[in-house]
Structures are given as structure tokens and as C-alpha cells.
Design a protein around this ligand. Structure first.
Ligand code: GDP
Ligand code: MG
Length: 437
């Protein structure tokens, strides 16, 4: 399902410790792939990842939440928005309110007709009447009658007639007569989109003038669900979508794309065969379900850790080849600074907090180092050994420091490089250890 795929996307996440242009772009590429794999259509997936990227970049990552958590939060908000934002309620503008149910065979129309009647009766205090409008399959009429009996809701059927329009009209008349304030009309589907079916349901719509037309679609059909929704919406201009068979394993893909492709709200989801297995659709809850929240966060964190390790390995390689230069040095300083206020950071380590209280850690400590490195030319940064006396003088002037400070930094850098090289060479390390007392 989609959360698994997202998990995998995060697993290969080549992110850094913070949200930057590059790692967000990489992550979003993976997420887009995962969304496409989960049957989210291309346009939706692209729009989504573009939005998330824009919102994520430039976010100030504080020490209180990890970039992964922040990214998850942004994604959660965006997913919620993508699926319609707020919960879309059914409207009851007239008595009786007429609700037409449409969709392909096997989508779950008849089951949903029963579930909706049950929901309206038990949760909304309505008095529904069901109308059996599937005239092609006698078993379907029987199925609805059984459901009606089970939930204690009357069902109007006419076994003699093959005309869904007159049956629906008779149903509405009966509702008025019996004081039913909601009429739910179940209709026939086809195995696939079919012109005759479309014409028939259009005619039923024209005759009934329903207040709600709910398009029922099997969420397990993935991208087909989106295509079917588009065709039905073009012909019927339905008022809402019902996603069925969302039990347990989420195929979030359909839920994500349908709203953005047809721009109609998802109103209900079916989560099982039983009459009470119906939920009002809440975009925010669905978003959390798709993201799997906690799981995703920990995966992002693990991915970040993997990235850090990879970066460290690359650094090691450079050090071993004696290629560690001022660019790397500068990068290291940025890494440290990204972690936020050093004192706060160390204060979070259990036991350290108290000890740190009296020690001043100066976050500006890097300022002059940064200034000096910034005043070096690209050539000098890559070739630290080239920085002779006249270059040092120029760098000191350019950085607003003095020669002594520049000398000190270069000396520190050289010492560091030596130690690093020794530590990165296992043979040299072993030698050093042998020489130890
Ligand atoms: P219709 O042809 O569109 O009227 O589809 P039905 O209502 O007859 O449903 C087709 C099959 O899907 C039946 O076996 C239903 O029990 C099953 N079904 C419908 N909705 C759900 C659901 O939300 N979850 C599950 N697991 N099965 C469902
Ligand atoms: Mg049916």
C-alpha cells in the first residue's frame, strides 16, 4: 500500500540533517515515484510534491523537531488539502431528499445503499426508503431487500418492470405517501464503462432531479477508479464520491487522485462488508493514515542517519587521499552550526544540562573562521598548501581579520589534516597503538 511505498521512498532518502533545496528535491523525487506506484496520477503527484517542496525549503528547522517530522507535518497538511481539506457533509435540502447511487458493477453500490440508509437512520434520525433500481439482475433486488430487512429500512422494488425511471418515480411517490424523508435509489452498473449504461443513468438523473448523486468506486481498482470517476463525472456531474473496500490495507492512491481529478469531495469510505462498515470521510485522518505518521518519522530519521554515514564515508575517502580541503572544512562548520544553538543542544543530553549551565558556548565562534575561508579563492580552498605568505596577507585584509588569525587557522587546519589522515589509515593507527606504552 501507499504507506509501505512511502516508507521505501524514505528509506532511500538521500537527505541531510536539515531541509535544503537539494535533499528536498531528492526526497520529493522518491515520494513522487511512490505516489505513482500507488496509482496516484502523474499530475496530482507532481503538483503535490512541488507544493511540499516549496513549503519545506527555507523552513527553519529548530532543535525541537527533526526535519523528518517537519517534512511529515508539511506532507500531512498538503495531503489533507489535496483530499478536500474539510469533511464534506450530505445535504438535505428537500423532503424527501433524493440520493442517486451510481457506479460500475461490483463497486459496492448495493452494499453502500444499505450502509447509507443504516447510517442516516441510526446517526441522523432520518426515515429512509430504499429503491431497487437495478432491473437487470434479479439477485440485486433480492440483495437489497435482504439488507433492508437487516437494518429495518423499507425497500421499494417492482419485479414486473424493466424501467428504472418509472421504478424510481414510483419509489419517490411511495416515500411521500409513507413519510420517508430520504429516498436512496440503487442503480444498475456494467462491468466497464458502457454507453447504454451512461444514457440510462443520465435519464434517471433527468427524471428524478436528485439532490445528491454519489459515485461509488472500488478503491482497489487504482488508476481505473480515477478514470471511471472522470467519465461518470463528465456525464453525471455527481456531488460526491464513495470509496469502497478501504478495509485494513489502504490504497490511498485513489483517494488522493480522485478529488484532484474530478474536484468532487469524497464523502464516505466503505471499510467492510457489514452494514456498519461505513465511515464519513475525513481528509485529515486519511492523510495521517496514508503517511503512517510515526513510522514515516522514524524512517526519515533513519534515512538521515544513513546519509550522515555515507557523507562521513566520503569525507574519510577524501582524508585518506589527502584531499580534505577548506571547502570540506567549511562544510563541517556548517553542519555543526545547523544543529542549532550548541548550548541548547548539549543541554538536551541527560546529565549534561546542569554542567553546561555555567559554560558559555559562543555561537559566533565560527564567524572569523568563516570570514577567512570565504576570502580564499576557489583555487586556495582546494589547494590549502598553496596559501603562501602573500596570499595570507591578502586573505587577512579581505576577511577583516589579521595575519596572526589567518596563520592560526591554517596551522589548525594542517594539524587537523595530519591527525585525520593518521586516524583514517588503519595501518598507521595500528602502528601508533603498538608504540603506545
Ligand atoms: P454493486 O454491484 O456495485 O452493487 O456491488 P455490491 O454492493 O453488490 O458489492 C460487491 C461486493 O463487494 C460484495 O461482495 C460486497 O460485500 C463487497 N463490498 C462492498 N463494499 C465493500 C467494502 O467496503 N469492503 C469490502 N471488503 N467489501 C465490500
Ligand atoms: Mg448492486
Amino acid at each position: 500500500n501507499l504507506s509501505d511505498k512511502l516508507d521505501r521512498a524514505f528509506k532511500v532518502l538521500k537527505g541531510q540533517g536539515t531541509i535544503t533545496e537539494i535533499n528536498v528535491a531528492e526526497t520529493m523525487k522518491e515520494i513522487r515515484k511512490a505516489l505513482l506506484d500507488a496509482d496516484v496520477n502523474y499530475k496530482t503527484a507532481k503538483a503535490f510534491t512541488d507544493d511540499v517542496r516549496q513549503k519545506a525549503i527555507g523552513q527553519n528547522v529548530l532543535t525541537t523537531i527533526s526535519p523528518g517530522q517537519l517534512l511529515t507535518k508539511i506532507m500531512n497538511d498538503e495531503l489533507t488539502e489535496l483530499m478536500g481539506g474539510a469533511t464534506a457533509e450530505l445535504s438535505f435540502p428537500a423532503t424527501p431528499t433524493i440520493i442517486l447511487i451510481a457506479g460500475l458493477n461490483g463497486a459496492g453500490k448495493t452494499t453502500f445503499t444499505g450502509k447509507l440508509a443504516n447510517f442516516l437512520k441510526t446517526q441522523k434520525g432520518k426515515k429512509p426508503l430504499l429503491v431497487a433500481g437495478d432491473v437487470y439482475r434479479p439477485a440485486a433486488i433480492e440483495q437489497l431487500k435482504v439488507l433492508g430487512e437487516q437494518i429495518g429500512v423499507p425497500v421499494y422494488a417492482n419485479m414486473e418492470s424493466k424501467d428504472p425511471i418509472s421504478i424510481a418515480r414510483e419509489g419517490v411517490a411511495l416515500a411521500k405517501q409513507n413519510g420517508n424523508n430520504v429516498v436512496i435509489v440503487d442503480t444498475a452498473g456494467r462491468l466497464s464503462i458502457d454507453e447504454a449504461m451512461m444514457v440510462e443513468i443520465e435519464q434517471v438523473k433527468a427524471a428524478l432531479n436528485p439532490h445528491e448523486i454519489l459515485f461509488v468506486v472500488d478503491s482497489m481498482t487504482g488508476q481505473d477508479a480515477v478514470n471511471t470517476a472522470k467519465v461518470f463525472n463528465d456525464r453525471l456531474d455527481f456531488t460526491g464520491v464513495v470509496l469502497t473496500k478501504l478495509d485494513g490495507d489502504t490504497r490511498g492512491g485513489a483517494a488522493l487522485s480522485i478529488k484532484s481529478v474530478v474536484n468532487k469531495p469524497i464523502k464516505f469510505i466503505g471499510t467492510g462488508e457489514k452494514m456498519d462498515a461505513l465511515d464519513v470521510f475525513h481528509p485529515d485522518r486519511m492523510a495521517s493514515r496514508i503517511l503512517g505518521m510515526g513510522d514515516v518519522i522514524s524512517l526519515v530519521e533513519r534515512a538521515q542517519q544513513q546519509f550522515d554515514e555515507k557523507q562521513a564515508a566520503e569525507l574519510q575517502k577524501k582524508i585518506r587521499k589527502n584531499k580534505f580541503d577548506f571547502n570540506d572544512f567549511y562544510g563541517q562548520i556548517q553542519q555543526i552550526k545547523k544543529m542549532g544553538n550548541m548550548k541548547d543542544l548539549m543541554g538536551m543530553i541527560p546529565g549534561v544540562g546542569k554542567a553546561m549551565k555555567d559554560i558559555e558556548v559562543d555561537d559566533n565562534a565560527f564567524k572569523s573562521i568563516e570570514a577567512i575561508i570565504s576570502s580564499m579563492t576557489p583555487f586556495e580552498k582546494e589547494n590549502p598548501d598553496s596559501i603562501n605568505q602573500s596570499r595570507r596577507n591578502r586573505i587577512a585584509k579581505g576577511s577583516g581579520t589579521d595575519l596572526a588569525e589567518v596563520n592560526r587557522l591554517i596551522k589548525q587546519f594542517d594539524d587537523m589534516r595530519k591527525v585525520m589522515k593518521q586516524m583514517s589509515n588503519p595501518a598507521a593507527m595500528a602502528n601508533m597503538m603498538k608504540r603506545m606504552p
